[in-house]
Design a protein around this ligand. Structure first.
Ligand SMILES: Nc1nc2c(ncn2[C@@H]2O[C@H](COP(=O)(O)OP(=O)(O)O)[C@@H](O)[C@H]2O)c(=O)[nH]1
Ligand SMILES: [Mg+2]
Length: 384
């Protein structure tokens, strides 16, 4: 029996009749604020929960300790890939949840929820590194217990308007306004520690490439396309050569000349890679890290020898994999709409361009020169 849910709206786990929860933490990209949300949710539901760290093969002991410190508790860690410590974790789950238990497996996408269930049950399940591989709550029997696979988001659909912000407790539009702006600001501030190292690395590498005659190409889709456009616009105003190619087909018009090579077929990714020279930098923006043409463009550009920089909330994704440098925001948790992530990415983009301009010694007078309109004599109406 499976309960169909849509990708963007998740049935609260209470409705699956769970009697216990295993919460998986992706040690490689722990997303602490979201994990706190999961912990809070199971506590509110009075659900006995077991926290388990996965992807131990990708991190150092020191990082494991840091994640445990940030979450304020020690918990078992394992690697489902190498099998390290898996038997001990399985024994722990059996001990904690007696026969007859209905165990819901929670965690962000890519933390290994479906992999764990496949390991326990021996079933061949759909596992993948793209957000949205599992799209329904699925039940699997294991050892006299039921394991419930979930979608990698916890959204309480009983709360009013969780799509953008949680306005619970706000008495009216005035309080909602203040809360919205504070949440946007928090998304920027909580991205400082996660983005800093990648940002500084990217800044230095981009500065070097620009000095050697390279340019920046930005890309993204949807709201991330707007971030890509904003970065390119700011670059123009500070004299940095920057092209922007997004899934806005006006920018990618030549792609439509090659019939049948639309976005899904990778035409857009190939077009971007054609415009990027080995000395250039691709700045690829994707909140999810799973936008097809964006990560494919990064893969192709890297293959050519260009530097690839990702701005994303999720580094354990195809985009994270194909980026030489990841600038990771930390603007979640929130509903499925990603206003806070976009705001954080805009702030990161602004910082990147403004610091680049400072490093390049752009003076106030020069920047005025880049911005001022210049009148160019042109033919008079009607005279050919
Ligand atoms: N490196 C590594 N990868 C893992 C591990 N466990 C799972 N994966 C990979 O992580 C990705 C997401 O796994 P999946 O089970 O679909 O995650 P879910 O979204 O939480 O259900 C897949 O590519 C898995 O092969 C692990 O311990 N180490
Ligand atoms: Mg899954």
């Amino acid at each position: 029996m499976s309960k169909r849910v849509t990708k963007k709206m998740v049935t609260p786990f209470e409705t699956c009749g769970a009697t216990g929860a295993v919460i998986l933490v992706n040690l490689y990209d722990p997303q602490i604020p979201t994990m706190r949300l999961f912990l809070e949710a199971v506590e509110n539901a009075n659900l006995p929960a077991l926290l388990v760290g996965n992807k131990l093969d990708l991190v150092s002991q020191e990082e494991v300790r840091r994640v445990q410190d940030e979450l304020g508790m020690k918990f078992p860690v394992m690697s489902l890939l190498t099998g390290e410590n898996v038997p001990a974790v399985v024994a722990g789950i059996e001990k904690r949840f007696p026969e007859g238990s209905r165990i819901v497996v929670l965690g962000i996408f890519n933390s290994g929820k479906t992999s764990l269930i496949a390991k326990l049950t021996g079933k061949n399940l759909k596992i993948g590194d793209l957000p949205g591989t599992t799209l329904e709550f699925e039940e699997h029997s294991w050892n006299g217990r039921v394991l419930i696979d979930t979608v990698g988001q916890v959204i309480d659909v009983n709360r009013p308007f969780m799509v953008g912000y949680d306005f619970t407790g706000c008495t009216g539009p005035a309080e909602m306004f203040e809360k919205a702006l504070r949440l946007e600001a928090e998304g920027i501030l909580s991205s400082i520690p996660t983005a800093k190292e990648g940002f500084l690395k990217a800044l230095e590498a981009i500065h070097e490439r620009l000095k050697k005659g390279g340019k920046i190409v930005t890309t993204g889709a949807g709201a991330s396309a707007l971030v890509a456009e904003e970065i390119a616009g700011q670059c123009y105003e500070t004299g940095v050569p920057c092209l922007c190619i997004t899934n806005n087909m006006a920018q990618a018009l030549p792609v439509s000349f090659a019939k049948g090579t639309g976005e899904e077929e990778g035409g857009l990714a190939r077009f971007i890679a054609t415009c990027v020279e080995p000395k250039d930098v691709l700045v690829a923006i994707s909140a999810s890290g799973g936008t097809g043409f964006v990560y494919e463009a990064a893969r192709l550009c890297r293959e050519k020898g260009a530097l690839t920089v990702a701005i994303t909330e999720n580094k354990d994704t195809p985009l994270g994999k194909y980026a030489d440098i990841v600038i990771k925001s930390n603007a979640k948790p929130e509903g499925p709409s990603s206003t806070r992530i976009q705001t954080a990415h805009l702030a990161i983009g602004h910082a990147l361009v403004c610091i680049l301009a400072a490093l390049r010694g752009v003076t106030a007078e020069e920047s005025i020169g880049y911005m001022l309109p210049e009148k160019i004599a042109t033919k008079k109406m009607g005279i050919k």
